[in-house]
Design a protein around this ligand. Sequence first.
Ligand SMILES: [Zn+2]
Length: 123
Amino acid sequence: MSRKELIIKTTLNIILIFASLVLIIITPFNNAYNIGMKIFTITAYTFIFITTVIIQCLEEKNAGGYRCPNCKEEHKPTTKEFICSMHIGFKRHLKCPYCNKKYWMPKVFDDEKEKKNNQEDVL
Ligand SMILES: [Zn+2]
């Protein structure tokens, strides 16, 4: 996946996550619904919320690897490491399997990797 694709998908997922969260919060105050309808609606929005969060995590995890700023080696974190690590944007605080230290690692996208390989071929 390219950086552009992931940014578009992430933006749409964030909109969906916030919209479902707002609807979960305001549904109990909707007087047009009876109690059964309120419970059904909140359950449906909660399902959308959880599904979108899971899809977003998987898409971001599978979009590429992470490059260690120290040894420049690239690796893919496990799902547990990915979920438990701190992040700012697409940067993550991960443990490098080659030098066994934690660093803030930038994401390496598939399209950027190809570009870099092409540059190396030219040089
Ligand atoms: Zn390293």
